[in-house]
Design a protein around this ligand. Sequence first.
Ligand SMILES: NC(=O)c1ccc[n+]([C@@H]2O[C@H](COP(=O)([O-])OP(=O)(O)OC[C@H]3O[C@@H](n4cnc5c(N)ncnc54)[C@H](OP(=O)(O)O)[C@@H]3O)[C@@H](O)[C@H]2O)c1
Length: 333
Amino acid sequence: MVKVRHWSRPQPFQAEVTEKDLKLVEEDISEDLQPGEVLLESVYLTVDPYMRVHGEPMGEHKTMFGEACLKVIRTRNGEFPLGTLALAFSGWRTHYLSKDGKDLRPIPFDLGSLSPSVTLGVLGMPGLTAYFGFRLLEPKAGEVCVVNGAAGAVGSIVGQLAKHKGLTVIGFAGSDEKCQWLTKELKFDYAFNYKKISLENALKTAAPKGVDVFFDNVGGEFFHQMITKHMAHGGRISICGSISNYNDTEKQKFPQINMDVLMNELTIRGFNILTYAKEFQTAWNEMVPLVKTGELKFKETVFDGFDKMPNAFVGLFKGENTGKAIVKASNYP
Ligand SMILES: NC(=O)c1ccc[n+]([C@@H]2O[C@H](COP(=O)([O-])OP(=O)(O)OC[C@H]3O[C@@H](n4cnc5c(N)ncnc54)[C@H](OP(=O)(O)O)[C@@H]3O)[C@@H](O)[C@H]2O)c1
C-alpha cells in the first residue's frame, strides 16, 4: 500500500481564506496495478487564485482541484515508463493513480536545463494566460501599457511581453521590493507600490497622455479608476482576473463606467485561458526559446513540502509570492 495524502475543503470558504479552511486527509492506494494503470508521485504543485472562487469540489474527502507535475513511480502502461514526468489535473495530492494514462499529458516541450516547475508557471497556465491575454489587447509599439498584479505569475510575464513589443510598461505591485525587481531586472519603465501611491499620482508622470492598453489582474477600485480616469481614447482592456474581490462576501455593484467607455471608445474583453487550448503550441514555440535564453525572465516562490499547500495558497491573497507560487512536494529525478 502507498500512503496518499491530499488536501480537502470540507466547507465553503468564508470571506478571507485561511489555512484552517483546508484539511489534510490520508488514504491508502494499492501498489498492485492493473494493466494500463500508472501510479505517480507529485513533484511540483501549483496554487492559483482561481481556486478561491471555484465552487467544487467540496467535502471532507474530496480533493482540492489543481494541476501538478508528477513522476511515474509504478507503471503497467508502456506510454508512461518509470521515472517519466507528466502533467495532470490531479489535485492537491501526494500521489495519483491514473487508470489508463489518458488523463496524463507528457511535458509538451523539451525542458533542457529548466526545472519541471516551469510547466506550472512561466511555461504553464499563467505564462500562457499572459501570452493570450496580452495578444487580445492588440498592442502596438510606442503605446502605453498598465498591468497590475505586476510582480505575480501572470503580470510579470505580461510586462515583459509588452517591453519586447516596444510598449512603455507601467506595473503596479504591493511592495517596494517587488517594484525594484520589476524595474531593475524585468526592465519595466515604471513600477509603483499601490499601497503607497495613488493611481492618480503615479500616472500623472508615467502616462500623462493616458493608457492605451490595460491588463487587469486585480479588478475592483483599480479597474474602476482606470476606466473612468486614465484610459486614452480607443484604449483596450483585457480582464484577466479580479483578485481584489475574491474574498468578498457580496457581489460588487457594477461601477458606473458606461459614459467613459462610450466617450473614449474603449474596448473591454474578458477571457478564459482554456478557450485558447488549441493554440498553446503557438505560444510555446515563441516563449520556450525566450525563457531558455533568459530573454523572458521569471521568478518562483517555492514552498518546500506538500504540507505547505495551504500556506502557499493563502499567501496569494497576502502578496507573499513574487512570480509564481509553487509547492515542491518531492525530488526529481
Ligand atoms: N482569465 C484567466 O483565464 C486567468 C488565468 C490565470 C489567472 N487569472 C487571474 O490572473 C490574476 C493573477 O493571477 P496569478 O496566478 O498571476 O496570481 P499572482 O499574481 O501570482 O498572485 C496573486 C497576487 O495578487 C496580488 N493581490 C492579492 N490580493 C490583492 C488585492 N486585494 N489587491 C491587489 N492585489 C492583490 C498579490 O500581489 P501584490 O503584492 O502585488 O498585492 C499577490 O501576490 C488573478 O486574478 C487570477 O485569478 C486569470
